[in-house]
Write a protein that binds this ligand. Structure first.
Ligand code: C2O
Ligand code: CU
Length: 467
């Protein structure tokens, strides 16, 4: 079985046309086939996140070479149209960009050693791909992720489909926490005893880097809300008060029939798209509330503005489906995957950081996520064949399990009556057994890991090799 090893890194560096020393590739002009890349610069900034003071050493992405302030930009792409971005590393440690949920070529997936070389400070990497699916996605590093994502490097992607129904307004919400002390400075990113349980929560909760922000939307409108849980730990239970709301897409894929939102649970990595019918009177508000945990709290508020557009929630029609291959269950090969706790030895040092513990495993193997070598794939998959992943959560905690580069269908579960549309991330409930069907139609090494980053970094990670 092939393994990801240091040799991959060397082979990767030599072969990586996308890698360049800063300056060397900057003069290259885009053509029609490869559009001029957006300059996406990972860099430090500071931000007012807590009430106590300014937070130094926040990490963000800026478009262009200048200093960025505030949240990473929402990247807009078009389904079926080429997109290009040149990552510049303005940090003081290696990084990469992973395009969460986009089914793109393996070489663009952003996993150091497995799919590309590390991007060291001052260096860059060119990403170019054509997103095949429309929907809400996001981007983040795949190196030293507990720190880099924890410090701010989580941004949202909107892939537009010109054939989508037209809504009156659109609001994009990036939900995440921060682990800050009373003075606003970062505190230790995790507690080992929490990493061995549900994960360590932040101390400051934000939407779009603001505490309980208020967003305006036209009164009486149908407003599309795109939400991503980009936090390293928190699972949300979303409720909307003060308006009718319809769920139109989950994890980047349209639901077959929009349905009224009651309470929806989603974990790190997952996305929710809603249409909210705003109240008719100017100034009236709609509240997005998190119901998980003992005290409900406000995520964000929407405020109606202007004269009512008098729209009707029943006019919300399904979005066009994405072109995801239909699995052929009659020929599927089963792959059992057990998610368990472990007590293996601590992982060794890694360029992408280790948090120094092993608490979790997939099929009894603990692998600390961002590559440390060598490790064998969970399974070798044949290109074009259908597989049935029999996932079993043998722990009392929920795990948002994410697969890179492919979408799967949840075809059965002992814990849910309603099955979601195709997805790249399933929030596996405690003791849930589910069956995930997929067509292995994208060649390469694709990671499968828990998106509670402490779980990923303490063993709950693996990959498939598709050829
Ligand atoms: Cu958001 Cu390895 O992924
Ligand atoms: Cu987990």
């Amino acid at each position: 079985m092939p393994t990801i090893s240091r040799r991959m890194l060397l082979k990767g560096s030599a072969a990586a046309a996308g890698s360049f020393a800063l300056g060397a590739g900057l003069a290259v002009r885009g053509s029609i086939a490869s559009p001029t890349p957006h300059l996406l610069k990972a860099q430090f900034t500071e931000a007012r996140l807590a009430s106590g003071g300014i937070t130094p050493r926040v990490m963000t992405y800026g478009l262009g070479e200048d200093a960025a302030t505030g949240m990473p930009p929402v990247l807009r792409m078009r389904q079926g149209e080429p997109f290009a971005a040149r990552l510049l590393n303005g940090l003081d440690e290696p990084t990469t960009v992973h395009w969460h949920g986009l089914r793109i070529p393996n070489a663009m997936d952003g996993v150091p050693e497995a799919t590309q070389p590390y991007v060291y400070p001052g260096d860059g990497f060119d990403y170019a791909f054509t997103p095949p699916d429309a929907g809400t996605f996001w981007y983040h590093p795949h190196c030293n992720t507990l720190t880099q994502m924890g410090h701010g490097l989580t941004g949202m992607i909107v892939v537009e489909n010109p054939a989508d129904p037209v809504f009156d307004a659109e609001i994009v919400l990036n939900l995440r926490d921060w682990r800050l002390g009373a003075d606003g400075a970062f505190i230790a990113p995790f507690k080992p005893r929490d990493a061995a349980r549900g994960g360590t929560y932040g101390t400051v909760r934000t939407a779009n880097w603001q505490r309980e922000p208020v967003h305006d939307a036209p009164a009486g409108s149908l407003t599309r809300i795109r939400i991503a849980a980009t936090d390293v730990t928190r699972i949300y239970a979303l409720k909307v008060d003060g308006a009718e709301a319809s769920v139109i897409a989950l994890d980047g894929n349209p639901v077959e029939r929009p349905f009224p939102l009651d309470i929806l649970e989603f974990g790190p990595g997952q996305r929710v798209e809603l249409v909210v019918r705003m109240p008719d009177a100017e100034g009236e508000t709609v509240t997005l509330t998190n119901m998980r945990g003992s005290h409900p709290w406000t995520i964000a508020t929407l405020r109606a503005t202007g004269a009512s557009l008098k729209r009707d929630i029943r006019d919300v029609t399904p979005l066009p489906a994405n072109p995801i291959a239909e699995p052929d269950l009659s020929t599927a090969t089963a792959i059992p995957l057990d998610f368990t706790a472990t007590s293996e030895a601590a992982p060794g040092p890694s360029i992408c950081g280790t948090i120094g513990y092993s608490f979790w495993a997939i099929n009894r193997v603990a692998w600390p996520g961002d590559p440390a070598d060598p490790v064998a794939p969970l399974a070798d998959l044949k290109l074009g064949k259908t597989y049935l992943l029999q996932v079993r959560n043998r722990t009392p905690h929920a795990h948002p399990i994410h697969l890179h580069g492919l979408s799967f269908r949840v075809v059965g579960s002992n814990k849910r009556a309603i099955l979601p549309p195709p997805t790249d991330t399933i929030l596996l409930l405690p003791d849930e057994h589910a069956e995930l069907a997929l067509v292995a139609d994208n060649p390469g090494d694709w990671l499968l890991h828990c998106h509670i980053i402490e779980h990923q970094k303490t063993g709950m990670s693996g990959y498939f090799h598709i050829a």
